[in-house]
Design a protein around this ligand. Structure first.
Ligand code: AQP
Length: 332
């Protein structure tokens, strides 16, 4: 059976982008068709300036939202990265296989380090090495497929390169994973700045639909989305990014095609109204289930405990094999 691994970083409240680009497919497709692991990658949240209490709160919230979105612990493994030591153990070995140049070429590193410097802050070493830890997350489980949005494909490429290099140098140890991306909604854009991704750690609140926004707040944000001064509705991501983004969101919610949908609308108002209602209706059951799960924290704790145990059992033999292969003396 195909093994699938994917993760979500507790760096902010989860967004419509996270849901349409990743979570929905994990729940609707991956957990049914594959041996799937979904991880709250909390160690990755420490790569930029962070508040410890907030990371803890967001990790629990992300776990609760994943379950609310339909992940079923009977079908897949849901766990927190820091609960499984094998990730950090393997990451160091992979740092001994990766190069400094590879890390500095990563687009997310360039963007996020520039942002940190602009803010007058210093860049954490872990921001540079983050893609290696992500490779460890993936390779520790013998992963075949990594379902991700567009922004993560370069990191999955690196995981492939490191798997191949390790195997060539030290003997066959890791499966070589491949990224899979959704046909639509691989990159939902910020409603106020359609040139930028709708990212959860952005500060631009009005451009981001959060999964836990009240329905009226969602409606308001979508009705106020930036479009352009032209009056016709055309699907063109390059020239008309704001309208294209709304069409993609609507298509992703309703299972249609953005290009075909563009022909059905004569005004921005009607498109925005339908998009807002489609988003509110799509997220309604997630919000309701989230409320129920919040009233039962013991259930979420139990899922995470069992998930960590299962994940450790899957990862440990492969990571132990990597320790032996690379030349470390086994403890007796
Ligand atoms: N806007 C988006 N459109 C489509 N997919 C998206 N994903 C994130 N934003 C969008 C996908 O969601 C999964 C989990 O993402 P992540 O938590 O690992 O972090 P990220 O990719 O770095 O997303 P963010 O929200 O932009 O976080 P910050 O702001 O902290 O960097 C991934 O599969 C991702 O592709």
């Amino acid at each position: 059976m195909t093994r699938v691994f994917s993760g979500i970083k507790p760096t902010g409240n989860l967004t419509l982008g996270n849901y349409l680009g990743a979570m929905r497919r994990w729940a609707d497709v991956d957990q049914h068709q594959a041996d799937a692991l979904f991880c709250i990658v909390d160690l990755h949240a420490l790569t930029v300036d962070h508040d410890p209490a907030r990371v803890r709160r967001l990790s629990r919230q992300a776990a609760t939202l994943l379950l609310a979105a339909g992940l079923d612990p009977e079908l897949c493994t849901v766990f927190v990265q820091s609960h499984v030591d094998e990730h950090a153990r393997l990451s160091y070995l992979l740092e001994c296989v990766a190069t400094d140049g590879e890390m500095r070429r990563m687009i997310q590193y360039k963007e996020k380090s520039a942002r940190e410097r602009e803010r007058g802050g210093s860049v954490r070493l872990s921001l540079l090495t983050y893609p290696v830890l992500m490779a460890a997350d993936i390779l520790a489980y013998g992963t075949d497929e990594v379902p991700v949005g567009d922004d993560q494909t370069q990191h999955v490429e690196l995981s492939r390169d490191l798997a191949v290099r390790f195997n060539q140098r030290y003997g066959l140890t890791f499966a070589v994973p491949r990224a899979t991306r959704p046909k639509i909604a691989a990159r939902i854009m910020n409603l106020q700045d359609p040139a930028s991704k709708m990212g959860k750690s952005d500060d631009s609140g009005p451009g981001i639909v959060y999964l836990l926004d009240e329905p009226d707040v969602m409606r308001k944000k979508i009705m106020r989305a930036v479009t352009d001064s032209a009056s016709d509705i055309v699907y063109d991501r390059e020239k008309r990014p704001g309208v294209a983004n709304l069409l993609e969101i609507l298509a992703a919610c309703e299972g249609g095609d953005p290009e075909e949908l563009s022909g059905a609308y004569g005004s921005y108002g009607a498109l925005k109204k339908d998009t807002a209602e489609a988003v509110v209706e799509l997220l309604r059951p997630v919000r309701e289930r989230h409320k129920e799960l919040c009233a039962d924290p013991g259930y979420v704790d139990g899922v995470l405990r069992a998930g960590a145990e299962r994940a450790t059992g899957m990862a440990r033999p492969r990571v132990d094999a990597a320790y032996r292969a690379i030349g470390l003396l086994p403890a007796v």
